[in-house]
Write a protein that binds this ligand. Structure first.
Ligand code: HGY
Ligand code: MN
Ligand code: MN
Ligand code: MN
Length: 414
C-alpha cells in the first residue's frame, strides 16, 4: 500500500449526491445543459466549496472555472486536475461530475494533511464538454488549449435559438467572485478521472483504467434536399422524397461501416425533417453522424465514403445532399510518464488495472496538446453512460479519486 494521504471517501460520495441534485431528473439522472441555469448552479456550489477551503476561484473568457491551491513556488505553472459539470439532457450523475468532484476531494485532502506541493494544483471544470447544447463538444478545453476561440463561435445557437456568446456572458456574470484569468496559460500537466463509459473494465474485473489515449471523433451534419409534395397524389416516379433518401443512406451506413471494422463507431443521434406533416412528403432532412476511430486516416476515408454515398443515393432519388463537419478531433496519445504514474499509483494501492484507449472524447484530449496529460478510468455498471441509469459503485469512485490524489502528488514531486 502506498503511504500518501488517504482521501475522505464519505465526503466525496456526499458531494456526488449534492451535485446530482442539481438538474436531477425523475429517472435518477441529471439534465445540466452547458451554460444553462443548472450548470450555473453547479458552478456556484463548486466555487463556494472551494472558497470555503481557501482555494481561490478563477474563470477564463470561455468560463472554464478554476480553483487554485497555492504551491511552495507559486510562480510555477499549475498542475490541473478536473473534468466537466455539464451533462447530456438524459445524462448520468457521474459523467464529468466524478472527475470534477474527485479533483475537489484531492485539493481538500492535501489541505487536510497540510501537504505542501512544489507548485500550485488547480481544479478545473471545463465549459461545455458534452457539446449537446452547443457544438462542438469539449469547447472550454479546446479554447484553453488553443488560447483562442474557434472561428465563427459567436454564431453558434442552441436548438431554441439561444446564442452561445449570451449564455457564456451570463455564466461569467453569475460568478463575480471568480477573478478573470487569461486563456491558455501554460500547465505543468493534466489528470482527468472519468468513468469509462464502456464495458471493458467491468467485464475484466479491473478497478482502474490506465488510459493511453483517445480515439478521433468527427461530427458531420448531412442535409438532404428534395421537394415537398402531396403524400396522396404523388406517384413514386414523381417523388423527390428527402426522407426516403436519408433512410436509405443511413441504412447503408449502418449495414457497412461498423460490421466491416470493429474499431469504427458510427451513430446517427439526431434527425429533423421538414415540414413534418403526416401527409406531406418531406422536402428537407437533416441528420447528424458521430464518427469515431483510433486512426485519423480511417476517419478521413469513412467521411469521403459518406459524402460519396449521400451524393449518389440523393441523385438517384432526385434530391441533393450536402455534408458539413461540426466537430473534428484528431486521436491523441497521452504522456508516457504520466500514464506510468497512474499505473504505478493503482498498483501501489493494490487496485487491479488495465491499459486501454478511450472510446469517448474528453477534455484531456485537448490538454494533451498543451502539455503532459493522462486519464484515469473507473468502471460504470454495464458500461452504460449518456443514460440516466449510469452508475458507479462507491468503492470504484473512491478508488479513482485515490489514484488521482496519488498521481497528482507523484507528478508534482517529479
Ligand atoms: O461524446 C463524447 O465522447 C463525450 O463523452 N461527450
Ligand atoms: Mn464526460
Ligand atoms: Mn459525456
Ligand atoms: Mn469528457
Amino acid at each position: 500500500m502506498t503511504g500518501g494521504p488517504v482521501i475522505d471517501g464519505r465526503r466525496l460520495l456526499a458531494r456526488l449526491d449534492a451535485f446530482a441534485a442539481i438538474g436531477a431528473t425523475p429517472a435518477g439522472g441529471v439534465n445540466r445543459p452547458a451554460l444553462g441555469p443548472e450548470d450555473r448552479a453547479a458552478r456556484a456550489l463548486l466555487a463556494g466549496l472551494g472558497a470555503a477551503r481557501g482555494f481561490s476561484p478563477f474563470q477564463d473568457a470561455a468560463a472554464n472555472l478554476f480553483l487554485r491551491r497555492a504551491g511552495a513556488d507559486d510562480g510555477r505553472p499549475p498542475l490541473l486536475i478536473g473534468s466537466h459539470l455539464d451533462s447530456q439532457p438524459t445524462g448520468g450523475r457521474f459523467d464529468g461530475a466524478l472527475g470534477t468532484l474527485a479533483a475537489l476531494e484531492v485539493l481538500e485532502t492535501l489541505e487536510d494533511h497540510g501537504v505542501v506541493t512544489a507548485g500550485p494544483v488547480e481544479l478545473v471544470a471545463w465549459t461545455n464538454e458534452e457539446g449537446s447544447r452547443f457544438a462542438p463538444g469539449a469547447f472550454g478545453s479546446q479554447v484553453y488549449a488553443a488560447g483562442a476561440f474557434p472561428r465563427g463561435w459567436q454564431d453558434t445557437l442552441d436548438n431554441d435559438g439561444a446564442r452561445l456568446p449570451d449564455e457564456l456572458a451570463a455564466t461569467l456574470a453569475a460568478l463575480p467572485q471568480a477573478a478573470e484569468r487569461p486563456l491558455g496559460r501554460p500547465v505543468a500537466g493534466y489528470f482527468e478521472l472519468h468513468i469509462e463509459q464502456g464495458p471493458l473494465l467491468e467485464r475484466e474485473g479491473a478497478l482502474i483504467g490506465v488510459v493511453e489515449g483517445i480515439q478521433g471523433t468527427r461530427w458531420l451534419e448531412v442535409v438532404i434536399e428534395g421537394q415537398v409534395a402531396h403524400a396522396g397524389t404523388t406517384p413514386l416516379a414523381d417523388r423527390r422524397d428527402a426522407m426516403a433518401v436519408a433512410a436509405a443512406v443511413i441504412a447503408r451506413l449502418q449495414a457497412t461501416v461498423m460490421p466491416a471494422d470493429v474499431d469504427a463507431r458510427l451513430t446517427v443521434g439526431r434527425l429533423t425533417l421538414a415540414p413534418g406533416a403526416v401527409n406531406v412528403i418531406p422536402g428537407e432532412v437533416t441528420f447528424s453522424i458521430d464518427l469515431r476511430h483510433p486512426s485519423g486516416a480511417e476517419i478521413d476515408r469513412l467521411e469521403a465514403e459518406i459524402v460519396a454515398l449521400a451524393g449518389e443515393v440523393a441523385a438517384d432519388g432526385g434530391c441533393r445532399a450536402s455534408v458539413r463537419r461540426s466537430m473534428d478531433v484528431a486521436p491523441a496519445r497521452f504522456d508516457a510518464r504520466l500514464v506510468g504514474i497512474v499505473e504505478g499509483a493503482a498498483k501501489r494501492r493494490g487496485f487491479p488495472s488495465r491499459r486501454l484507449f478511450s472510446g469517448a472524447f474528453h477534455d484531456a484530449l485537448f490538454m494533451a496538446r498543451l502539455g503532459p496529460a493522462a486519464m484515469i478510468f473507473v468502471p460504470c455498471r454495464g458500461g452504460l453512460s449518456h443514460n440516466e441509469a449510469e452508475y458507479v459503485e462507491p468503492h470504484q469512485a473512491i478508488a479513482g479519486a485515490q489514484v488521482l490524489c496519488d498521481a497528482t502528488l507523484e507528478a508534482m514531486a517529479g
